[in-house]
Design a protein around this ligand. Sequence first.
Ligand code: NAD
Length: 293
Amino acid sequence: MTERIDGHTLLIGLMAYPIRHSMSPTMHNNAFAKLGLNYAYLAFEVINDTLPSAIESIRTLDMRGSNISMPNKQKVIPLLDKLDPAAEMVGAVNTIVNDDGVLTGYTTDGIGFMKSLDDEGINIRGHKMTLAGAGGAGTAIAVQAALDSVSEMSIFNIHDASWKQAEKNVALINEKTDCKATLHDLEDRDDFKKEIQSSFIYADSTGVGMKPLENETLVDDPTWFRKDLVVFDTVYAPRETKLMKVAKSAGVEHVFNGLGMMLEQGAAAFKLWTGEDMPVDYIRQILFDDDKK
Ligand code: NAD
């Protein structure tokens, strides 16, 4: 790293709280080093009161940009000059690009979802998706999938704070895209089963399956799953969630965790800042070497 840093090095930030656990600095700095790019990526604890001055510092210090994570993804929007159409629809930003003082906000989580499926040779365009959850990840997935021509989407949510977001997502998708979206109550098990069984892909973006809910899943009956259904869980710790175990026990061939999505959302941001393709396989090895042991 010290060999790379000089007077021309461009800074990219990550502004969130908490953030010290993040894998993004390792991901991006290794990718810069591998490609010989003169950038450095650093994490900054930024929250509420400090967000406006932190965003202004992107201009002041002529940083190339920043990632934005919780709790700043929505709050950052009024501080930016422009929004990419997907970020506007999602109502959240995870990547900022600074072009000569003009700050544009993007969202790359949904791109990461679609790209991770493409990487596996799975094309969900023109097909029906059932999606559980309408929080940050669910909204990004729903919007990008609809923009990318998924033909039909059944969104399921519980009646918590995200129900309103789910209503917004469905209305926006129907208004702005050719995808036909409908909202469903996650408590209606017969309806949930019926929609999954008529789908090409079932994606879970609720985080059920992640600690402390690692022994839980929204679908525990393997008979709900056809062998040729695609099953996707946004969770990547643990690597194999309860949902994935149930799907595998049903003989489902294409079962994925959120690792590919996480890598590809980073790769999409990397491309926006540098114009280069992140060496994703190399980075996967560095970040998740332990998986092979
Ligand atoms: P969030 O809090 O914004 O949204 C959570 C969603 O799950 C909401 O729709 C909520 O109604 C629903 N939900 C919560 N508890 C539930 C329960 N017990 N039963 C049913 N539904 C429930 O969270 P988020 O930021 O969208 O993250 C969700 C998950 O996605 C987390 O596990 C997170 O780690 C993961 N994630 C992965 C990636 C990736 O790149 N792989 C990116 C973002 C988020």
